[in-house]
Design a protein around this ligand. Structure first.
Ligand code: FAD
Length: 366
């Protein structure tokens, strides 16, 4: 795919935040470049629950949710938490009249990206944002590293009127532009996919904050033909030892029987990070730059909620950034970042509320 020298907007990262933002901008007639570091479709640590909030955004912006994306158990029924030794299991059911689809994130994110492409966005995978070469109040010039189909690598310099940072929790753009913010990448989590079975209800997600294997939480759920075992993957040098202990725990307590490891995925863990921010009395978010047309969406902006609806927040913030860019382009009265903050106000109040409720209930366990 050839990359041009100039675009109306460049979106970095093709997760739900970036893909949705590119979709909306392209739909509004903007010339958009969406770059993704990984080869699509790519895996992402996630339970793959598409909750009602996500479904509503898709129905509003794109159309009917494509049921062909759903994999067994198709519809999750809720969450079960074991928070402390001797404490009863907390059952948080999803209301009976609500749907919570089960998808593989690789397929879901790929579908969203294809929808952006259908609307006219230029999507280039295997293409990483590397650095900002220049930023002014009207434009940004970035350096990208593209890996071609034949493995050849080349640097590309591209100018844009708007840059959208959608590069996830471990955002290079956030580290570049806000180096004073606390490093999130201190804590990683990992999910291992096995062919197998256990005696836990496949329609529930299980989180064992207390378990007899390791000090940190472990979790499990079903996805298609896999049983998924999740855990905090830090420090890396004891990973294999830890993995063996956790598997023993599930074998002994929940009748786990597994075959070969199919694959693993790793990402930064966000719950500990957010709870720590709350303990320090500052649950804040990154919206963008005051001195350049750069906006942050989804986890790059530290925007996620506590109720496993991070995908909805990511997509919603992507929509809001696109709306802010279109509104700002028409009027240029208020600043871009103030327009974005204003449009996002209800969403920010909502996610702050979910974290407050989570903190009140579970904060003491962290
Ligand atoms: C264990 C776990 C379970 C979860 N389960 C759920 C769930 O069931 N339902 C739910 O709604 N949410 C869930 N979430 C939250 C959800 O996964 C995130 O909130 C969501 O993925 C955030 O979307 P995003 O687009 O902001 O970032 P991401 O999905 O992380 O996408 C960022 C993209 O940017 C790309 N990128 C990174 N750096 C660069 C670069 N330099 N150049 C170009 N591209 C780059 C990455 O490769 C990636 O594709 C879960 C999270 C965790 C950790």
């Amino acid at each position: 795919m050839t990359i041009k020298e100039k675009y109306d907007a460049i979106v970095v990262g093709a997760g739900p935040a970036g893909a949705m933002c590119a979709f909306k901008l392209a739909k509004a007639g903007k010339e958009v470049l969406l770059v993704e570091r990984a080869k699509m479709p790519r895996n992402k640590v996630c339970t793959g629950m598409i909750a009602i909030d996500s479904i509503q955004i898709i129905e509003k912006e794109i159309g009917e949710f494509p049921k062909s994306l759903c994999v067994w158990p198709f519809n999750y029924k809720g969450f079960k938490y074991k928070m402390a030794k001797g404490a009863p299991v907390i059952n948080m059911g999803i209301p009976e009249d609500e749907i919570c689809y089960s998808v593989r994130r690789s397929e879901y994110d790929h579908w969203l990206t294809l929808e952006a492409s259908k609307k006219g966005a230029t999507v280039v995978d295997n293409c990483a944002f590397i650095s900002i070469q220049e930023k002014t109040k009207d434009s940004v010039t970035v350096r990208l590293l593209q890996t071609r189909y034949n493995g050849e690598k080349r640097f590309v310099t591209v100018k844009t009127d708007y840059l959208i940072a959608a590069d996830g929790m471990d955002s290079l753009l956030r580290k570049t532009l806000f180096p004073e913010r606390e490093e999130i990448t201190k804590c990683f989590c990992r999910q291992d996919y096995y062919l197998g079975d256990c005696d836990l209800d496949p329609e529930h997600y299980y989180y064992f904050r207390y378990n007899t294997a390791v000090e940190e939480p472990v979790w499990t759920f079903r996805k298609d033909d896999s049983i998924v075992i999740g855990y905090v993957a830090y420090p890396a040098n004891v990973l294999e030892e830890k993995r063996a202990k956790i598997l023993d725990y599930f074998v002994n307590t929940h009748g786990l029987s597994i075959g070969e490891l199919q694959f693993s995925e790793v990402c930064c863990e966000s719950t500990n990070f957010t709870v720590k921010k709350m303990k320090n009395g500052k649950l804040d978010f990154v919206f963008g730059c005051e001195d350049a047309p750069i906006l942050f969406v989804g986890e790059a902006g530290e925007m996620m909620d506590s109720m496993s609806a991070g995908i909805a927040v990511a997509m919603e913030s992507g929509c809001h950034a696109a709306e802010a860019i279109v509104a700002f382009g028409e009027k240029k009265e208020a600043s871009l970042i103030d327009t974005y903050k204003e449009i996002s106000k209800d969403m920010i109040d909502h996610i702050t509320g979910t974290w407050q409720a989570f903190y009140n209930r579970f904060g003491r366990f962290f």
